[in-house]
Design a protein around this ligand. Structure first.
Ligand SMILES: [Zn+2]
Length: 443
């Protein structure tokens, strides 16, 4: 009996927090576009004897992110050393979390509109970012400005089963963190970075499966489109190997965006390769359940709740997603709706905002005025327009005759006549439609 295949995908998202200072020192937390190695100190350069001082704001923000992702917060958590040598990590280890991360076992509501579903989150932890290596032909240059920037890692459970689900999930993570205002999650600037773990399971007739014995990690995916492409490529590559009776190799692969293919980089590390142990220079953190629930109180309406709310207000289809992409646009929508006191329907307002690409910093008052002006401008009903069109046709027999002889440009003249009669209150698109229909009818 031929079994069928089910892709098993887990995603790791790294998000740089935009706190004032770095994670363990008082250097400014900004690195993008700065002159290399100008924003460093003994701590983030990993000089011997330098001691880390944790950034409490970054810890609090990570707790709020974890709560938003419905995680349980560990009542005691600490930092661990993840040991590996790489030149952009001068200490020889990264301060991360392994044994007791800040948040565990949560979920994120991802799919709305009939496709209900959520993706499990296995953990949310906090670590320091590494420096950047710049490879030239002759040598490798190192910039440590980014070293020590607070980095939150959100690890999904392997509950994603296609590239399109992966994209939906990632869009939701990005939207959620942006709503909280803790990061701009800009993939181009590297403040949001992605890795995907992919394997393919064989399912039996009942659709059951066991997690495969291998996992392929794809690193450095810097756009949602590349994530989709890399996953699709990887799924078909692995299925081919499985069909030949072999097991794909456990490894880390890169993605070549020009060729649309993944390529092997190195064997994949497992936890024991990193020889994790608790960071001796930073004591563990303890938060009471009362303190933690206080953090929860700061969480306002989340994107999925805003989407539900917009749907209840009568906004339909894709417009819901587009408006709920940003907290600011939702606020603009709600405030404008209130100000318009029912003179503009929810659908009209949503359609206007989407079609005219209304900027999120538009003032609600201005938006309402703009829409009402436009509505009043063309307030004439189709019936009235039809009467004026009829009049314009009967008063201008020469123009009509010219039109019938193929001089279609006279339609412009007739439109002008109708507009004059309607004092500019007729929608030009409707005038044109009615005039053309009548000109054809009266033949
Ligand atoms: Zn520093």
């Amino acid at each position: 009996m031929k079994s069928s295949y089910l892709p098993i995908i887990g995603i790791e998202v790294h998000v740089e927090l935009r706190t004032k200072s770095k994670m363990f020192c008082s250097c400014h937390n900004r690195h993008f576009g700065q002159k290399p190695n100008t924003n460093v100190c003994p701590v983030c350069l990993g000089l011997p004897g330098a001691l880390p001082v944790p950034n409490i704001k970054a810890i609090e923000e990570t707790i709020i992110i974890a709560l938003t992702l419905n995680c349980k917060i560990n009542s005691v958590f600490w930092f661990d050393r993840k040991n590996y040598f790489y030149p952009d990590l001068p200490k020889g280890y990264q301060i991360s979390q392994h044994f007791a991360p800040i948040g565990i076992n949560g979920f994120l509501p991802v799919f709305g509109e009939g496709k209900s579903g959520k993706i499990g989150i296995s953990d949310v932890h906090l670590e320091e970012d590494t420096g950047k290596s710049l490879h030239t032909e002759e040598t490798t240059l190192l910039d440590y400005n980014r070293s020590g920037v607070p980095l939150v890692e959100i690890v999904s459970k392997p509950e994603i089963h296609s590239s399109s689900e992966a994209k939906e999930y990632l869009k939701r993570v990005q939207q959620t963190i942006r709503w909280l205002g803790f990061s701009d999650c800009d993939m181009e600037k590297g403040s949001m970075r992605l890795e995907a773990n992919i394997s393919v399971a064989e399912t039996n007739q009942a659709g059951n499966y066991q997690l495969p014995e291998y996992r392929v990690e794809i690193k450095n995916l810097n756009s949602f489109r590349f994530v989709e492409k890399a996953i699709d490529y990887e799924i078909s590559r692995q299925i081919k190997i499985l069909e030949s009776g072999l097991l794909p190799k456990q490894e880390t692969r890169g993605f070549n965006s020009q060729k649309g293919v993944t390529y092997p980089q190195r064997g994949k590390e497992v936890a024991k390769d990193y020889r994790y142990f608790p960071e001796p220079d930073i004591p563990p953190f303890k938060f009471s359940s009362k303190q933690i629930s206080k953090f929860g109180e700061n969480i306002s309406e989340m994107p999925w709740q805003a989407e539900d709310n917009l749907m209840k207000l009568g906004v339909k289809g894709q417009w819901v997603k587009i408006i709920a992409r940003r907290k600011e646009t939702v606020r603009l929508f709600l405030e404008s709706q209130r100000l318009s006191s029912n003179k503009i329907s929810s659908q009209e307002l949503a359609g206007w905002m989407v079609n005219k690409k209304t900027k999120q910093d538009t003032k609600p008052k201005d938006l309402v005025e703009e829409i009402l002006t436009e509505k009043n401008k063309f307030s004439l009903s189709e019936d009235r327009i039809a009467i004026f069109a009829e009049q314009a046709i009967s008063e201008n027999p020469k123009a009509v005759a010219d039109y019938r002889q193929g001089k279609t440009q006279v339609v412009g003249f007739l439109i002008g006549q109708v507009q004059r009669k309607s004092q500019g209150k007729a929608d030009p698109n409707i005038v044109t439609k009615i005039l053309l229909r009548k000109l054809k009818q009266n033949k």
